[in-house]
Design a protein around this ligand. Structure first.
Ligand SMILES: NC(=O)C1=CN([C@@H]2O[C@H](COP(=O)(O)OP(=O)(O)OC[C@H]3O[C@@H](n4cnc5c(N)ncnc54)[C@H](OP(=O)(O)O)[C@@H]3O)[C@@H](O)[C@H]2O)C=CC1
Ligand SMILES: CC(=O)N[C@@H](CCC(=O)OP(=O)(O)O)C(=O)O
Length: 345
């Protein structure tokens, strides 16, 4: 299968190239850039010096139609809503890593992204690609909205317990932390070395654009939209997200109910790993891999559960999850090209 990447000079694009290089059935056949038409990939990324057959070029939907079966859009907000229709018209399937097509309500996009939303027809066609939960719809999709990095960690940790009715949805507190690659290669000053080294920052308090995305997906298992408290922090590391989540248990919930709910949801999910009760994962334990590791414990004293979910933001939170979606929609085995053991230490 031939794939193209728009935004190939960014971190998400580079991670797609790295992972697809090991994919048994997919080949990168086109890499698009708005700023580096004609440049070799190694001009942006010298670590890909041996991949100089990949020459960056200006995006052209007709070219993509002639050379690619699927195109990944690893582009900033506001771009994929414009490019997707021209790719679909060329019979090319689209996997969008940005937030443009994730929110079904266009007003939410306008409020949280402060940009013009995509056309409603595009939003209604886009399938939210949280593969473990929406894989059946992904199989039939031609347009996939790949989940955000924070929502991936948060939703994989919360959905099984909410679906089983084990925690009160309106009691949820979500405290998430990310490495700075989450902000992209052209990150603003907030993520620069002198700002972030030896520092720890909270940001976008009550304003993070992933809030409605999390609420939207949680509502599919609780049947009502419940506002959440969701805080995001930058930590001085390159990759990794840890979401620590707290919720009040419903009457009678025991630790074995929590474990049973996770096992029921993820018994055949190759990328979700559950820790024994009371043991918690760290971000390094998933670094460079497509795993989401989850730990939990129940506090009898407060009648609350603490859940910890970790991912690599660039893999499970972006490129790896996008390739997982590619595998499902193409009918490949789910793990094709994604069986990396985490890099440790
Ligand atoms: N970093 C992460 O951990 C995650 C990122 N995402 C999302 O994935 C997308 C890509 O993120 P990331 O790779 O980190 O971002 P980067 O800033 O690292 O890269 C984005 C790339 O998009 C290209 N670009 C910029 N403007 C345009 C445009 N108008 N049209 C087409 N291409 C353009 C640029 O390449 P060029 O100048 O060569 O055109 C740039 O290299 C974003 O929407 C992000 O929010 C989602 C999950 C996790
Ligand atoms: C660390 C960091 O800055 N992370 C970014 C993630 C951005 C992102 O992935 O945005 P979309 O999913 O909405 O496209 C942020 O918090 O805004």
């Amino acid at each position: 299968m031939n794939v193209g990447i728009v935004g190939a000079t960014g971190y998400g694009g580079a991670e797609l190239i790295r992972l697809i290089n090991h994919h048994p059935y997919a080949t990168v056949s086109a890499v698009y850039s708005t700023t580096q038409d004609g440049a070799a990939l190694s001009e942006s990324y010298p670590h890909m010096l041996d991949m100089n057959s990949l020459v960056l070029q200006a995006f052209d939907a007709k070219h993509a139609g002639a050379t690619c079966d699927v195109v990944f859009l690893a582009t900033p907000p506001g771009v994929s809503s414009k490019l997707s229709p021209s790719l679909l018209a060329e019979n090319v399937k689209v996997i969008d890593l940005s937030g443009d097509l994730r929110l079904k309500n266009p007003d939410d996009y306008e409020v949280w992204y402060k940009k013009k939303p995509a056309d409603e027809s595009l939003l209604s066609e886009a399938v939210y690609g949280l593969t473990e939960w929406t894989g059946e719809a992904v199989k039939k999709a031609r347009l996939i909205a790949n989940p955000g990095c924070y929502p991936t960690a948060v939703l994989l940790g919360l959905l099984p317990l909410l679906k089983a009715g084990l925690i009160e949805p309106d009691s949820l507190l979500i405290d998430a932390k990310s490495g700075t690659s989450g902000a992209g290669r052209s990150a603003s000053a907030i993520a620069h070395f002198p700002e972030m080294n030896d520092n720890f920052k909270i940001y976008k308090v009550n304003q993070h654009q992933h809030t409605p995305e999390i609420e939207q997906m949680l509502s599919t298992v609780t049947d009502k939209l419940t506002p959440i408290t969701f805080s995001t922090h930058l930590v001085p590391m390159t990759r990794g997200i840890m979401a620590t989540m707290y919720g009040k248990l419903t009457v009678g919930t025991q630790a074995e109910d929590l474990r049973a709910a996770y096992e029921q949801s993820y018994h055949s999910a190759p990328f979700v790993r559950l820790r024994p009760e009371g043991q918690f994962p760290s971000t390094k334990e998933v670094y460079g891999s497509n795993f989401c590791d989850i730990g939990f414990t129940l506090d009898q004293r407060t009648n609350r559960v603490t859940i910890v979910s970790v991912i690599d933001n660039l893999v499970k939170g972006a490129a790896g999850q996008a390739i997982h979606n590619l595998n499902v929609l193409a009918g490949f085995e789910e793990t094709a090209g994604l069986q990396m053991v985490p890099v440790y230490p």
